[in-house]
Structure formats: structure tokens, C-alpha cells
Design a protein around this ligand. Sequence first.
Ligand code: BES
Ligand code: MN
Ligand code: ZN
Length: 527
Amino acid sequence: MQTKFITKVFPEGQGRLASQLMSSVDCVILPLCQTSHVGKQTLPSAIAHLDQLLDGAISLAIKNKEFAGKICETLLIHQNSTWKSKGIQAQRILMVGLGEHAQLSEKTSENKLLTEYAKAARAALRVIITNQSQSVLWLLDQEIGTKKENIYSQCIRQTISLAEEACYRFGARFTQFKTKPVENPVNLKSITFATTTKLEKSLKEIVRIGVAVAQGIGLTKDLGNLPPNICNPTYLAKTAQRVGKEQALKVQVLERKDMEQLGMGAFLSVTQGSESPPKFIIMHHQGGTTKEAPIVIVGKGITFDTGGISLKPGEGMDEMKYDMCGAASVLGVMQAVAQMGLKKNVIGVIPTCENMPSGKATRPGDIVVTMSGQTVEILNTDAEGRLILCDALTYVERFKPKAVIDIATLTGACIIALGHVHSGLFSKNDQLIDDLLEAGKISLDTVWHMPLDDAYQEQLKSNFADMANIGGRPAGSVTAACYLSRFTHAYPWAHLDIAGTAWKSGAAKGATGRPVSLLTEYLLKAK
Ligand code: BES
Ligand code: MN
Ligand code: ZN
């Protein structure tokens, strides 16, 4: 990450400090609510000081109706000779509208408020990136900070993630893939959050967590976007080992022979047609006591999904490089929790291989024995995610987990059901469901609770084995989850289908980094 996130004290009513701060940045961002201040033509007290310093430039813009504080509205005020004569170096002030809902009331839900804030922050970032500001002072506690601590903290964390998103250029991180330098590079060197003294300590901690999460998201996006000839199972294993070294995580990588010994017949059937060796990655973050049961996250790591013998159609098949986004999110989350020093035990598990057709590949009709001992008739080799995950879900029983969450780009059917807005959440554990729904709303990385009734299990019947690996077209994402549920009886479990949310197609093709925000938020709050 290039951008530095800094915190500075900005005591109310001290104009001198304000000017000092302003001398070190080239843009000041000033988010304002439509209803509370702009509409009433009164400014929050610290902003009023700033206004005085600027000879009333802010209040004049409001009075002249150049700025109403509508959601995403932006107005740039440029430096003039009077500011300059007072020693204020900032080239510009960017007023940003937070709209009506930004004012926290009992009626406004936290999710609504944060969603609106994120929209406004995106608008502000677009402007400062266009005008190539390098150092920015972000003033927000006057409108939001003093009201609800949780909201305040989330707004700052959102700002950090959104700034990273706005600055993300794959080509700037990996220069080997395009022979010409990246178009419109960004050079946002720092964002300084200003706060009152009493909030300073918590603000530092919030920024530290926000940066860890944003960097985790960055890692997840990079891994997703890398081409499948580079980002293969071996690359993921090496990345896990590198992250482990950097962040003091214990990392273990199992090879094919280890998986054979463990009896992972379902996983091994998927890798059979590939020349690239499979890996089974385990990452331990020991932030709690040794006695404490861990939370385990398991990510699908198919580094390329051709469908195997049940070959996929050619159009858009390149996007199946993203079929390891579950694995990438596990790596991102593990990096983030280690970096922030989360005081809990978390284990990340990644089964990873390619799904390729070949003379050695698994055929439709083959029957395999899973690590659990249950047998599976493989009716479609393109339903491979559940085959690698089921053995991983059996493997993690040994950790006696408090909870297990798997994350997978599992079904096209989930995209049909939920589009690209929510990830699918499947679970029978009420606590996990509530916690993940809540974490989604707060992190703006939302999930939708899908059914998992036993009635759907019928569709997995096989005439020749304990179960089939597909359940037909109806409710395809539900039967996939039903299949996984048969391997999770030893612990509380939830499954996230991120097929619609892990990446974007079309002109803006690229990984989103979801659901790293959701999972880190869940882990931070987990009891
Ligand atoms: N990785 C795919 C799911 C997928 C497809 C995610 C498109 C995102 C976009 C998965 O391995 C798969 O192929 N699933 C099949 C299952 C079917 C054969 C039962 C699917 O969804 O078509
Ligand atoms: Mn597939
Ligand atoms: Zn797949």
C-alpha cells in the first residue's frame, strides 16, 4: 500500500492548530450533512473556526447555494491570496454532501447510514484522485464522530478501504503483464484523519485495524486477478508461506502423498487431470490461549475451473481463474487478523488444485470415497468445488472448532438467485446466521440468508453411491450447500457462496476482495 493513514489531534476551537494542519496537506475534505448544518446555515464549531480562517469561504458557498449538502454532492473551493497570506498551504477544500440520512437518528439504520457515507466518500475520492491531490486532511468527527462510536469507527475503516479501492491498479502492482506503464496512476501519499483529543487513542486503533483489513482486501484482489498460469496451487502455497513469515503465522502445506494418506478421495479426484500439483494449506493464528477453541475458515482454491470432462463452454471461461477467490479471501483474512494482532485463535484452511480435462481426469459416473468415508457418485465433474471442500471440512474436525465458515465461488445458481449484491449465506446455526448477517450490514459486505431445509437433500440421491455430487437445476446453490452440510456434523457451520460477489465482469473486470471485510468484522466481534 502506498497511501499512509495518519491521525492527528484537532482540538475544538483552536484555529492555530487548524492552520498548522492545513499547511501540511494539499486538500481538506469536509463532509457535511444536508439537514443538520448546511440546511440551517450553521457550521459545526471546529469547522466554524476553519471557516473564519478562510474568510468565510465555506459559509459563503452555502449561503450562495453553491453547496446544499446533498448526498455525493461535491464542491471544490480553491486557495486564494488571503489564505496564502495567513500561511495556509492547502490548495483546496473539498466540501462533500452526506445527504439527509447522514445525520444519525434512531430511525436511520446503521447500514443505511454507512451505505450513504460510503457513497459520499467514494465521490470525494473520485475528485481528489482526478485533481491528483497527494496529501489529504479528512475531517469527519464533527458530523459523525461524537454521536455513536461504532458508526464513527466504521466510517473511518470504510474510508481506508474505499481509498485503497480507488487507488487500486493491478498493473502498478504487477508490471510484468503490460509492456506500457499504467494509465492514470494515482499518487495519493497520505490521508490524515483529524480528531479531538479524547478520541485520539481509539482513532489510532481504528486506523490500525482499518489498514490491516484494507491490506487483506488488497492481497485477496491481487491473487484473484493474477493469471491462472502464474497463480496456481504452488503459488498460493508460497504466498501462504510468505504471509506466514511476515506476520508470524504458523503455516503448513500438505502434498499429494499426505492427502492420499488422509484418504481425501474426493479432493484427489478433482486434481487428477491436472499437471499442476495440488496443495492443502493450513494457517494458524494463535491470538488466544492454547485452550481456546479456534474459528476455522475454509476457502475453495480452484485456480482454474475448466469444468473437467464436463467441459464448460468457451465464452468467458477466463473468468474461472477467479474460482480461487474463496482461498484468496482466507489468505486476506489471515493476513489481516495476524497484522492487527487479533486476540483470538483463527485457522485458515485452503484446499487448492486445478480442474482440468485429460486422459487421467475423473469421468462422470466415477465413484469416489471421501475422507469421511461416505461415497460420492460424480455425475458432473464441473461440480468440483464441493468435492475439494467436503474433504477439507472433514479434515478440520481435528481442531475441535468453535465454528467453521467455508467460502466458495460454488454455484452459478447463486448468481441467478442473488445477483452481485449479497453473498449467499447457508447455515442451520442461529447464532452464526445472526452474527454473519450483522457483520455484513456493518461492513457493507452483505449476505443473504438462504434455505437449507432437509427437503432439498432428496435431490442428492444416487442409485450407486451414498450421494451424487449434483442435485439438478432447481435450487442449485441450495443443493450444493446441502451436499457440504453432510460433512459438517461435528461443529457449528456456515457456508458462504460468493460466486456473484467475488469479482466483477465486463469493462471493470476485477476481483472485489469480498468477503474479507465481512469475515474480519465477524471475527472482531466473535465471542
Ligand atoms: N466455479 C463454478 C461456479 C461458478 C460459475 C461461479 C460461474 C461463478 C461463475 C462451479 O465449480 C461450477 O461449475 N458449478 C456448476 C455446478 C453444476 C455443475 C451443478 C454450476 O454452477 O454450473
Ligand atoms: Mn465447476
Ligand atoms: Zn468451480
